[in-house]
Design a protein around this ligand. Structure first.
Ligand code: SIN
Ligand code: FE2
Length: 219
């Protein structure tokens, strides 16, 4: 049932495709089968480019820890937000996009009705219990024709999906391990965020939530 499904915290291996907007879809369990492979790839990325807590231009340290892979990585510091081919921490290129990431992102985009998607950036977010992401738009990308593909692993979370203005009403969606959200087209610039993650223990991921966010930065 709709309501039970929305609030259940049990992993789901197959699921509904729920439309969240004209160009936005929640693909329940879409990445469930590849989770172990995705986690191994995240381990390899973080061995090269470790998770770190970035500082916002406003001087706040983010509660979510981040790293990147792919040709470009997203970073923030006191001087602003930017995409860069080098990891500012290691001064080396970000680790390449693992094949399993590229394949998953492309098939999720196709499933949501988008043309072939070749992301050049993947932000990896790690949420310890209590970590949250305040409402924001993904608008540092030049290519706004391509969608955003966002993969959830580990502890469940509440995804906040708002409108085009910061104060527009927000709908809450429960995201579970293996869920994928795709938003593009007229939904591409909608505000979104993540409520503070509740403590728990996920059998594969432990006491945290991981998220992969695929973007096409350069047109
Ligand atoms: C993001 O907006 O970068 C991440 C969203 C999420 O963690 O689900
Ligand atoms: Fe975002």
């Amino acid at each position: 049932m709709f309501t039970l499904d929305l609030f259940a915290d049990q992993p789901r291996s197959t699921g509904e495709r729920r439309q969240l907007g004209p160009g936005a879809w929640l693909l329940e369990g879409f990445a469930f089968e590849q989770a172990a492979e995705l986690l191994a790839a995240i381990e390899a990325v973080q061995a090269e480019s470790p998770f770190r807590h970035l500082v916002t231009p406003g001087g706040f340290t983010m509660s979510v820890a981040m790293t990147n892979c792919g040709r470009l990585g997203w970073a923030s510091d006191l001087s602003g937000y930017r995409y860069s081919p080098l990891d500012p921490l290691t001064r080396a290129p970000w680790p390449p996009l693992p094949e399993v990431f590229a394949t998953l992102a492309a098939s999720a985009a196709i499933t949501a009705g988008y043309p072939p998607f070749e992301p050049d950036a993947c932000l990896i977010n790690a949420y310890a219990p209590g970590a949250r992401l305040s409402l924001h738009q993904d608008k540092d990308e030049q290519d706004l024709a391509a969608p955003i593909v966002s993969v959830s692993l580990g502890l469940p979370a509440v995804f906040l999906f708002g409108g085009h203005k910061r104060n527009d009403p927000v709908t809450r969606y429960h995201l579970q391990h293996g869920d994928v959200v795709v938003w593009g087209g007229e939904d591409r610039l909608r505000f979104h965020g993540v409520s503070p993650v509740k403590a728990g223990e996920h059998p594969l991921v432990g006491n945290r939530r991981l998220n992969l966010t695929f973007r096409k930065v350069t047109a």
